[in-house]
Structures are given as structure tokens and as C-alpha cells.
Design a protein around this ligand. Structure first.
Ligand SMILES: *[C@@H]1O[C@H](CO)[C@@H](O)[C@H](O)[C@H]1NC(C)=O
Ligand SMILES: *[C@@H]1O[C@H](CO)[C@@H](O)[C@H](O)[C@H]1NC(C)=O
Ligand SMILES: *[C@@H]1O[C@H](CO)[C@@H](O)[C@H](O)[C@H]1NC(C)=O
Length: 394
């Protein structure tokens, strides 16, 4: 798109997100091609892209542009703060290198410390993950790491990350909309969007097919909203894992709504480690209007989570789970147990509420069952399936 069209597009977006509307629409474009980027899929454009970033960041309201085409890109950090809101128009495909060098970084591309940021343009981050999956010693890198204050990521694709596709951390007021993520079902740790230590993050509309959690919400998060996500294959939408590290912070105010799961390992899940290295509270969580199709664990609270077989089986989780609502979770379960709530015996779950469940077993059409332990759970009307736990909910 030429710069005029780009500006019109920006203005349309800015009207939609009024908290960015103090920004001048007449922005200056810094096209990476003008700084030496070559779209042959081979020439490394890291220097050219850094140059355009420096220029855009220094300009009040600059825009980095990467036109259509394939570009090879090494590890890169787009560092703020910038002299005003800075945008990144990605129409092309950025392709990660396969050099296997670690550079001591856990990411390929980072946008760091930027206040007022927009990344858009229907372009793609291609992580070339197949070179690293299952290779011991190969550096595991997140494709796109974001530390943003006031930002929008809109209409961006991520393919085959080496580790997480997107990792949002220490951010505030960030919206991710129309995100498209694909990686094979058996690719390890390729979480779609992982969020940690952030507040006011909104994921709105996403298609995520990957090898691990579609969305994972880690410790220290407040006021996170996830809606309109189509997940599958993948491990569902998870809060956690929590309790793996010391000094983890509370998680509160999480809402996941209007999401669909197809052929996933889990639907909506909370997982905490046992034994846990930290004590924290997870509270004020709502899962609303969730559709599952052939999902193994539609609703799962697992306080005995352990990703490796070497974990000690003694010791309980010290993460307190309180005030969690599951409202309108419907569809079919790939296992008989549609609701599986296994809480900590030393810190039982409190105020777990189920309303309007309608879960049958895929294939047989039999009603799914509920299994609970160490949980204070209430099945409230209307009549629902399952309507109670097969074991005592206390
Ligand atoms: C980019 O690379 C892919 C895969 O190698 C190829 O199919 C596509 O045509 C390329 N796109 C452009 C614009 O060169
Ligand atoms: C957006 O990107 C996707 C994936 O690369 C492509 O299939 C689609 O045609 C693009 N849409 C437009 C409007 O360019
Ligand atoms: C939570 O986030 C929403 C936007 O997603 C915002 O409107 C609301 O003010 C936030 N609440 C708090 C307490 O920050």
C-alpha cells in the first residue's frame, strides 16, 4: 500500500481506538526497502530494519513499513521509548534464521518499552520452528515478544514459532485483534499467545492452531479479556501454569468468552504446580459461552500439574483458587469426564460455580460426568449436564 492509503488506514484504526486518537494522522513512513531491505528471502535485513526503526522511533509518529515479499531477518530488538507513538506496517513475511545461535536472547523479534504502538498490515512472522522442535540444545525462542504500554496488534500472522508465538509481558493496555497462528499439533511449547505480569490486555478475535496452549495466562496478570478465539488443534486456553517459580504474583480479573475449541486436548483449564514454589491467589475468573467439539477435557482445574515425570508427587499446591465461574460451556467431550476439578487438599478451591453446562460425550451422545475433589463447587440452574459431581464436591 502506498503512504496515502497507509495513512487513511491508520486514521480509520485510530478512530476505532480512541485512546490513541491524540496521534496525528499525517505520519511519516520509513520503508525498510529504502534502507536496504531486499525481498529475496535470503538477504538478511536486520540492519536495514533497525535503521528504519531508529528513524521512525525518533520521529514524532513514525511508521516502519515492510512491503509484500519474503525477507530473512535475524534476532532483533525494536527498542523504545520513542519520540511519540510509533507504528509498524507489516505487509510482507519476515522469516527467522536457522543459524541456531543463541545470542543469549529468548526471542527472535521484540518490541520493547514502547508507549503508543501499532503493528498491523496482514503480514507474517515465520519462525521456521521445524528446525528446532525436538532438537536438544537448540535455542528455544519466542517469535514476537511484546512489552508495550497502550498498543494494538491487528491482523498479523504467526507461523511455526520455535517456542511461543507471542509473549506479552509487563504490558498495560494492549489489544491483540485478528491474530492468526498456525503450527503443527505436535510442535512442542508453541503456545499461541502467552501473557505474564500484565494488565488490561485484550485478545479479540483469533484463529489459533498450534502444539501447546492457544492462549496461556501466567502469573501477575490483572484484567485480561479473551474473546472470539477459535482454538484447535492445541491445548486450549489455560490460566497457568502457576506456582512453578518463587515470587509469583496473584492473578485476578480474567474473562474468557465466546470461544470455540475443536479437537483440542483441553477447553478451559486452570493448572497449578504441585508442590508449588510460591503461594498466590487466583480469583475473579469467568468462562462464558464456550463451545467445545471433540475436546478431551472441556473444563479442567488441575492443581497437581507437573510437566515432567521427575516431579515429586508429595506436596500440594499453595495456589489458592477462588471465585471461578463456568457459564454456558456446551458441546461434546472426547472423554467421559466433561468437568474435572482436582484442587489442592491444603488449599481447597472456593466459590466455583457452574451454570448452563451442556456437555455430552462425543460419539455416544451420553451425558458427560463431573469429577471433583477438594472443591467447594455449586451447580446452579438452569437444568444442566452434568448437574453434579459424581464424588462429593467438598
Ligand atoms: C515467499 O516464500 C514462499 C515459500 O517459499 C513462496 O511460496 C512465496 O511465493 C514467496 N512470496 C513472495 C512474495 O515472494
Ligand atoms: C492476508 O494474509 C493471508 C495469509 O498470508 C492471505 O492468505 C490473505 O490473502 C491476505 N489478505 C489480504 C486481503 O491480503
Ligand atoms: C479492564 O479492561 C477494560 C478493557 O479491556 C477496561 O475498560 C477497564 O477499565 C479495565 N478495568 C480496570 C479495573 O482496569
Amino acid at each position: 500500500m502506498d503512504s496515502t492509503k497507509a495513512n487513511l488506514f491508520l486514521c480509520a484504526l485510530l478512530v476505532t481506538f480512541s485512546w490513541l486518537n491524540s496521534v496525528d494522522c499525517r505520519r511519516k513512513i520509513f520503508n525498510a526497502v529504502k534502507y536496504g531491505a531486499v525481498a529475496d528471502g535470503k538477504t538478511d535485513i536486520t540492519k536495514a530494519l533497525l535503521k528504519s526503526w531508529e528513524k521512525a522511533c525518533a520521529t514524532k509518529g513514525g511508521v516502519v513499513a515492510v512491503p509484500k515479499g519474503n525477507y530473512s531477518l535475524g534476532d532483533i530488538t525494536f527498542e523504545g521509548p520513542c519520540n511519540g507513538a510509533t507504528h509498524f506496517l507489516l505487509e510482507g513475511t519476515l522469516i527467522a534464521s536457522n543459524s541456531g545461535s543463541s545470542n543469549g536472547k529468548d526471542y527472535w523479534v521484540a518490541f520493547h518499552n514502547i508507549n503508543g504502538f501499532m503493528l498491523y498490515g496482514n503480514g507474517t512472522f515465520h519462525g521456521q520452528g521445524e528446525s528446532s522442535w525436538g532438537q536438544p540444545g537448540y535455542p528455544r525462542k519466542t517469535s514476537v515478544k511484546l512489552r508495550i504500554e497502550n498498543g494494538v496488534i491487528d491482523n498479523i500472522h504467526s507461523v511455526d514459532s520455535k517456542m511461543f508465538h507471542f509473549h506479552v509481558h509487563d504490558s498495560n493496555n494492549l489489544m491483540l485483534k485478528n491474530i492468526h497462528i498456525t503450527a503443527p499439533e505436535d510442535s512442542p511449547n508453541t503456545d499461541g499467545i502467552h501473557i505474564g505480569n500484565s494488565k488490561n490486555v485484550k485478545i479479540y478475535g483469533a484463529t489459533i492452531a498450534t502444539g501447546d496452549d492457544c492462549v496461556s495466562i501466567g502469573s501477575g496478570n490483572t484484567n485480561i479479556s479473551v474473546s472470539g478465539v477459535l482454538c484447535g488443534p492445541g491445548h486450549g486456553i489455560s490460566i497457568g501454569s502457576l506456582g512453578k517459580y518463587t515470587d509469583e504474583k496473584d492473578v485476578q480479573g480474567i474473562i474468557v468468552r465466546d470461544c470455540t475449541f475443536k479437537d483440542t486436548q483441553n477447553g478451559v483449564r486452570i493448572k497449578t504446580w504441585a508442590p508449588s514454589k510460591s503461594a498466590a491467589t487466583l480469583s475473579n475468573v469467568q468462562f462464558i459461552n464456550i463451545q467445545v467439539e471433540n475436546t478431551k477435557n472441556p473444563i479442567l482445574i488441575d492443581q497437581h500439574y507437573c510437566a515432567s515425570s521427575s516431579c515429586k508427587t508429595t506436596g500440594e499446591s499453595r495456589i489458592k483458587i477462588r471465585d471461578v465461574k463456568f457459564i454456558g460451556v456446551k458441546g461434546n467431550s472426547a472423554s467421559e469426564v466433561g468437568v474435572n476439578v482436582q484442587c489442592s487438599s491444603s488449599n481447597p478451591c472456593e466459590d466455583i460455580e457452574f451454570r448452563g453446562l451442556d456437555l455430552t460425550v462425543a460419539g455416544s451422545g451420553e451425558p458427560a460426568t463431573a469429577s471433583c475433589s477438594n472443591a467447594d463447587g455449586d451447580f446452579l440452574g438452569p437444568p444442566q449436564v452434568p448437574s453434579k459431581c459424581s464424588e462429593d464436591c467438598n
